[in-house]
Write a new protein. Structure first.
Length: 176
């Protein structure tokens, strides 16, 4: 019963913040695109999303983690940067580390989690927030306390992740 109360509270908080998160999503995607352009880094695509409410509820009901607030969920807002080539992932990552405040304890390089002879869900993940200087700017001040996840992967890694997600995650089947 206690879990359901917490889940309801978090979902209500999400409903209240949804418009703010949508505006932040647009601002972050635009900012990332501008930063990459200023660094003369050409990527395949930058996309973003606010987690769907139903997916958020599913995540909250999973037994593997317990969340006490919406702020504890690091992927409510996500930015995905898809590079043309794998060797560009680290270059983009360096720019993200320089331009945003990153939570090094929660950020993870999933490329290092697989055996070298395996191919799978390979991405560089950062948990970010706007840095102090950017939060002083009027257009970003309202986003000061918000975090977002940045996923960086090559187009081939992205294609594999999409197949793995659609066939494995949604159906529960193992993907070779």
């Amino acid at each position: 019963m206690e879990d359901q109360i917490i889940i309801s509270r978090i979902l209500n908080e999400f409903d209240v913040k949804k418009d703010l998160l949508d505006r932040f999503r647009v601002a972050c995607e635009r900012l990332v695109e501008q930063i990459l352009e200023s660094e003369d880094i050409k990527v395949h695509k930058v996309t973003s999303r606010v987690k769907d409410r139903d997916r958020l509820e599913e995540k909250l009901k999973r037994a593997d983690k317990e969340y006490q607030s919406l702020d504890a969920i690091t992927d409510t807002l996500g930015i995905r940067i898809i590079t043309h080539f794998e060797d560009e992932v680290d270059r983009v990552g360096t720019v993200i580390e320089r331009e945003f405040s990153t939570d090094t304890e929660k950020s993870v390089d999933k490329r290092k989690m697989l055996d070298p002879d395996r191919f799978g869900y390979l991405s560089l993940h950062y948990i970010c927030s706007l840095n102090e200087d950017r939060c002083k700017l009027p257009e970003y001040r309202q986003y000061e306390l918000l975090t977002f996840e940045v996923q960086i992967r090559s187009i081939l890694q992205h294609a594999w992740a999409e197949i793995e997600h659609d066939l494995g995650y949604k159906t529960g089947a193992a993907v070779p």
